[in-house]
Design a protein around this ligand. Sequence first.
Ligand code: PLP
Ligand code: TYF
Length: 398
Amino acid sequence: MWKSVAAAPADSILGLTEAYKNDPNPHKVNLGVGVYMDNTGTTPILQCVKDAERILLGVEQSKSYLPISGDPQFGRQIQRLVFGEGSDIITNDRAATAHSPGGTGGLRIGAELIKRFRPEAATWISSPTWANHRGIFTAAGFPIKEYPYYDAASKGLRFEDLLATLNQVPAGDVVLLHACCHNPSGVDPDEDQWQKIAAVAADRGWLPFLDFAYQGLGVGIEADRTAVTAFAATGVDFFVASSFSKNFGLYNERTGAITVVSPTAEEKNIALSHLKATVRVCYSNPPAHGGLIVKTILSEPTLEAHWRQELAAMCGRIVAMRQALVDGLAARGVNQDFSYIKRQKGMFSFSGLADETVAWLRECKAIYVVGGGRINVAGLTSANIDYVCDSIAEALRQ
Ligand code: PLP
Ligand code: TYF
C-alpha cells in the first residue's frame, strides 16, 4: 500500500523537541514547543488537578459513556469561564458547548460542522499563525486565505491592513482569530481594536471563529476574554474553541471544548443538534477524564480559587521572565530595543532573532528556538536566564 507513497513531513516543532532531548550539552535550553514549564524547567501537574483527581477516584461509579457533548455540568462551567458570569449569552441560553479532545478537537469539530452548512466558504487565517490552523481547516475541506496580522518592522499589529482585509471578506466565510496570546507572535489586538473587528464581522456577515487556547495566560482569566466579549456584544453567530491543555496543564488528557453561539435560544437548539451529529461521526463522545477534572475544579469554589491562584502564578512567571530577558539583554550592552518582548502576551514571543541567529544558538549554545524566532518564554528559568542572555548578546555582537 505504501511503497510508492512519499512520507508525510514531520511536525517541525515536535522535531525540535526530539533534537533537544538527544542533545548531550548540559547547558541546553528548550525554548521550542509550547508547553508551560515552571522555574525548575518541569511541566508540573497542578495541585488543584491532583485534588480533583482524588475526589473523582472516590466518587466515580462507572466508566460508561458520557453524553455526546460531554457532561452537561462541564458545558455550563465552560460557558461561565469563557463568557463570564451573568453574560447575556448564558442568561438567554444562546450557546451550545461540547467537550472536545483538546483545543485541536474543538477546532476540527467546529470546522466540520461549518463545512456541512457553508460548503462554499473559505477560511481566513492570520499571517502568520499556528501551523495546525491551516492543516485542520484544509482537512475539513476549506480553501485557506490569509489576512495580514504581524508587522515585523514595528513588532506590532498591522491593524489597518487587517481591518481593510476583513472588510473585504465575503459574507459566510470563516475568519479564525486567536482570542488572546497569539501563537506565534504574542501580539494581540487591544480592546478598542477587538471592538472594531467585531463590528466589521457584524457588518460584513463573516463568521468569527475564536481559538481560545490560552485563557488566563495573557493577563488573567477576565482580561483575556476581551475578544469574546466584543463578539458577544454584537449578537452575531460565532464559534469558540477552548483548550485546557495549558491553563489546566492537562496536555495529555486531551481536554477542550467547542462552543457555538447563536443569536437566539431556538437557533442554539438547532446548532446543538448538528454539533452532536458532527461529534457522533468523528469520535462518538469525548474521553471523560480531563473534562471531569475541569468540571470538578470549576464546580467547587475552593478548588476553583486554588486553580485561579496556580494559573495566576504561571502567568506571573511568564511576565517576570519577559522582563528578565529584556533587562538581561540591556545589561549586557545589547543596544537593539527588545522592549516589545514585554508588550507581548502569553507563552510565545516573536523574539526578532534572525534565522542565522536561531541556527547559531542551536548549534553553538544548544538553545532551541523555533525557526522564525518564536521563543517559548516559559522555557526560561532563573537557572538558565543568564546563559540565554549571554548567548543572545554574543550572537548579536558577531
Ligand atoms: N490553538 C493554538 C493557537 C495552540 O497554540 C494550540 C496548542 O498549542 C492549540 C490550539 C491546541 O491545543 P490542544 O493541545 O488543546 O489541542
Ligand atoms: O508549540 C506549539 O505551537 C504547538 C504545540 O499535539 C503542540 O505546536 C504540540 C503538539 C500538539 C499540539 C500542540
